[in-house]
Design a protein around this ligand. Structure first.
Ligand code: GLN
Length: 493
């Protein structure tokens, strides 16, 4: 019906699931409704690098036909999702927002995608990102930045900016992102949606184009916490194809949402996360959120994470080191781009990499090669690994006394285009609150807790013990139910 077509895109994943399961809406109606919305807002926000309208429609029609006989559905069936364009999709171009992979069409699905496909989800398209997920604003995309639907003069965050925008602007019901140092949580916070980075090993990285393998994790970006629980449940689990994936059973994450209070939950506040450089409006909103947690019954305690100030430096040594190694495979032979004319093999390597990579990727390959070089390995890479251990141990110690840690996600709200793009160090420093969870392998969620005077979303972060996503979700959900930040949506249309 016309009504469902114009309003469908506003629903959350759980709401849409209910409608589809009940037979109130067809898969074809879902695809049409979402592409109507995409057509309207996409020119303003540039969330997608590839749209899959024809394939989604064809698949929706097949689904609707098949359901005519016997209406048997699975949870993700016909759910219209967007997938970050560094996650491989069989037959659908996967570019990493890089000229290097402009025409790369993977011959296989990432495990997360295969899991969703097995349930007959609908892939609406592949979303924009900073090239190879290196950045915090999508300004490093080779195909143009995405724009924040709350204010198109400001960045949506990154690197999973396209996914966060697609969710915030109702261009999909939920999305997948990847998070190496904050790339799910930071854009979620900038765009006023929910972003969850799972425990390292919780979700398979098979088919995620590697940036920094010891830090990368795929996770959900959603309209609310319930949806995060649903989508995490759909993608989590052991995968023999990823040797770092953990063989830990996947709980029913929705069950974790049943408790609406936070009684007996101990929540730690690290003073180091509320220091210089934190915007007063963000500071205020996060502190108010902490008071909200207290009112819900949480036992709020001060904790110490003294090595926080070394996290950015540590991350940018380890992440660049791993990137320099991972990106060695783009040599003009194995994948994607090959320079048109070269005089010999070395010349072909050099020209391909000079043409294919953007400036930030080159900067990181050079930094990473430098910190791994024989003369500097101990001074930089070895040292960074030692500090990484220290950071992990500090979290372990903190989690002896608390169940969750609460912090800001970002020092500021969404910044303007160009504001940090000329100064890579400023850009790196904006990752200060998200990076440690990756270094320590911990699960963390970002969710809305207010708006700045300028009307931009503010988020806060909960960090949990390894494989305790249930506690994260419980805390986040109780807070979300007690507040109503989601009622305010971006005005874009
Ligand atoms: N902003 C961080 C970086 O540029 C994190 C990126 C990410 O999580 N992929 O490396």
């Amino acid at each position: 019906t016309l009504m469902s077509l114009t309003l469908l895109h506003k629903l959350t994943l759980s709401e849409l699931q209910r409608k589809f399961t009940a037979g109130d809406v067809t898969a074809t109606e879902i695809v049409r409704a979402y592409f109507l919305r995409v057509t309207q807002v996409e020119p303003k926000v540039n969330a997608y690098l590839t749209q899959c309208k024809e394939a989604a429609l064809a698949q929706a029609e097949r689904l609707d036909q098949a359901l005519k006989g016997w209406r048997k559905t699975t949870p993700m069936m016909a759910m219209p999702l967007a997938v970050k364009d560094n996650i491989c999709t069989e037959g659908v171009r996967t570019t990493c927002a890089s000229r290097m992979l402009d025409t790369f069409v993977p011959p296989y699905d990432a495990t997360v995608v295969a899991k969703l496909r097995a349930q007959n989800y609908l892939l609406l398209g592949k979303t924009n990102l900073d090239e190879f997920a290196m950045g915090s604003s999508t300004e490093n995309s080779a195909f143009g930045a995405s724009r924040n639907p709350w204010n198109i003069q400001t960045v949506p965050g990154g690197s999973s900016g396209g996914s966060a925008v697609a969710v915030a602007a109702d261009e999909c019901v939920a999305a997948l992102g990847s998070d190496t140092g904050g790339s799910i949580r930071q854009p979620a916070a900038f765009c006023g949606v929910v972003g969850l980075k799972p425990t390292y090993g919780r979700v398979s990285r098979y088919g995620l184009v590697a940036f920094a393998s010891s830090l990368d994790q795929i996770g959900p970006i959603t309209k609310d916490v319930t949806d995060a629980a649903i989508l995490l449940g759909a993608i989590a689990g052991h995968d023999p194809r990823d040797s770092t994936s953990a063989n830990v059973p996947v709980p029913d994450y929705l069950k974790a949402l049943k408790r609406k209070d936070l009684k007996r939950l101990k929540v730690g506040v690290p003073a180091e996360y509320f220091a210089d450089g934190l915007d007063p409006e963000v500071d205020q909103a996060v502190r108010t959120a902490i008071e909200g947690l207290r009112e819900l019954g949480a036992d709020i305690r001060e904790i110490k994470l003294p090595t926080t100030d070394a996290a950015v430096a540590t991350y940018y040594v380890i992440a660049t080191a791993e990137a320099s190694s991972n990106l060695a495979r783009y040599d003009g032979v194995k994948f994607g781009l090959r320079a048109a004319e070269s005089k010999d093999l070395l010349d072909m390597y050099l020209k391909t990499r000079a043409e294919g990579f953007g400036p930030e990727v080159k900067r990181r390959i050079m930094l990473g090669t430098y910190v791994l070089s024989a003369g500097y390995y101990d001074a930089y890479y070895g040292k960074a690994q030692a500090v990484r251990t220290l950071i992990r141990q500090e979290f372990e110690a903190a989690f002896q006394t608390v169940d969750l840690i609460v912090t800001p996600v970002t020092p500021t709200t969404a910044f303007k285009f160009g504001e940090k793009a000329q100064d890579p160090l400023q850009m790196y420093l904006s990752d200060i609150y998200t990076i440690s969870a990756n270094l320590a392998g911990l699960p963390a969620i970002a969710l809305p807790c207010g708006f700045s005077k300028a009307g931009l979303p503010i988020g806060f972060q909960l960090i949990g013990r390894p494989f305790e996503e249930e506690t994260l979700l419980r805390g986040a959900h109780a807070y979300e139910q007690a507040t109503n930040w989601r009622a305010k949506r971006p005005a874009i249309r």
